[in-house]
Write a protein that binds this ligand. Structure first.
Ligand SMILES: Cc1ncc(COP(=O)(O)O)c(C=O)c1O
Length: 369
């Protein structure tokens, strides 16, 4: 398959086609995440995690699970957690693979041995990093800002046997229609949908987590909703054969007892009700923040936004980011995302009081229009 890709004349001419890591800089940019921007002491609008620690009920569940660290997690333990996650999405336990965060799902993608991976950008950069580091040839599919970064399934090269995109997308906040994503599915192709933020959208209208279509692989994360970046918990949904291929190079006992407990706890009905409530609050707070930012000179918000963060474009982005830092506020730089530049910034949607501080800082820096 690889020889065919090399012989393809498309490879020689397409500026977006890449193999391997060509420079340390490239790698450093793709590896940059909001946690680096969120310096200690600043109000954090750089990292898109809802809570600064898990809620008390979840901390108690995790604390109780500490007793289970005295033995190896068993196949029955793994099955029990998969069964609860599967039930949450109307799937079978055999269609769930537990992961050490969605990030592990990206790291496992080279195990599928793709010959050409299409990465829809701008988007979270870990999938590209994992694939290129493993020597997989990738093609970037840039979405058009003039078209609101809307997914056009026809823009993805037919030769791609792996396609990766996020929904809703980090950093653009765009929610792609499930029907457009399903247009990407083909025999012989795996379509990976990173749904790390899907539970932040009320009702998850465009989620494909419950869709048993062969070749569709959905990655989910507990990180964002539940304040668990330090735990590393998530799961993949897909057909059992695909999940087996994905997992073939994993070590034994890849998922620890605390993650197993977190998956069960966060997929139970009470947690789902709490997460739906939080998603509704995100919508209200995001609409209010957009209204507050509207009209600030030189600042544009990419719309429509559906995730708990906003992509901004602001003249003199690097200087504005530094000025925000002087105001005690950390935002995520945008220029490390393929397709964006120094004038792009990403800001998390926080509670009304914090959002007001962000809007005030922008007003102070850029003027009131
Ligand atoms: C879009 C997106 N997908 C996946 C991840 C990684 O999620 P996890 O913490 O589950 O590995 C992140 C983390 O920043 C993200 O922004």
């Amino acid at each position: 398959m690889r020889a065919e890709a090399d012989a393809n004349p498309f490879a020689a001419h397409d500026p977006f086609r890449l193999r391997g890591m060509n420079s340390g800089d490239d790698q450093d940019l793709l590896r940059h995440h909001g946690d680096v921007d969120a310096e200690r002491g600043l109000i954090d609008f750089a990292v898109n995690v809802r809570l600064d620690r898990p809620p008390n009920w979840l901390r108690h569940r995790l604390a109780a699970a500490l007793d289970r660290l005295g033995r190896y997690p068993s196949a029955a333990d793994d099955h029990a957690a998969r069964a609860v996650a599967a039930a949450r999405h109307g799937r079978a336990a055999s269609e769930v693979l537990l992961l050490a965060g969605a990030a592990e799902g990206f790291a496992l993608l080279p195990s599928l041995r793709p010959s050409l991976a299409a990465l829809v950008h701008p988007s979270f950069t870990e999938p590209e990093l994992a694939l290129r580091t493993a020597g997989v040839e990738v093609v970037r599919v840039p979405l058009d800002p003039a078209d609101g970064y809307r997914l056009d399934a026809d823009a993805v090269p037919e030769q791609a046997d792996l396609v990766v995109l996020g929904n809703p997308t980090n950093p653009t906040s765009v929610l792609h229609p499930a029907a457009e994503i399903r247009r990407l599915v083909r025999p012989g192709r795996v379509v990976v949908v990173d749904e790390a933020f899907s539970d932040t959208v009320p009702g998850e209208p465009e989620s494909l987590a419950g869709c048993p279509e062969p070749g569709l692989l959905v990655l989910r994360s507990l990180t964002k909703m539940w304040g668990l970046p330090g735990l590393r918990a998530g799961y993949a949904l897909g057909d059992p054969g695909l999940l087996r291929r994905l997992a073939r190079n994993r070590p034994h006992w890849p998922i620890n007892a605390l993650v197993l407990e977190a998956v069960i706890a966060c997929c139970e009905p009470a947690a789902l009700a709490e997460s739906e409530q939080a998603a509704a609050e995100f919508e209200t707070n995001r609409a209010a923040l957009v209204a507050e930012l509207d009209g600030i000179p030189g600042l544009r918000v990419a719309m429509p936004a559906r995730a708990p963060f906003l992509l901004l474009r602001v003249d003199g982005g690097a200087e504005v980011r530094e000025a925000l830092r002087q105001h005690g506020i950390a935002v995520r730089r945008g220029d490390t995302f393929p397709g964006l530049g120094p004038d792009h910034l990403r800001v998390a949607v926080r509670d009304p009081a914090q959002n007001a501080l962000l809007a005030k800082a922008f007003h102070d820096i850029l003027g009131r229009g």
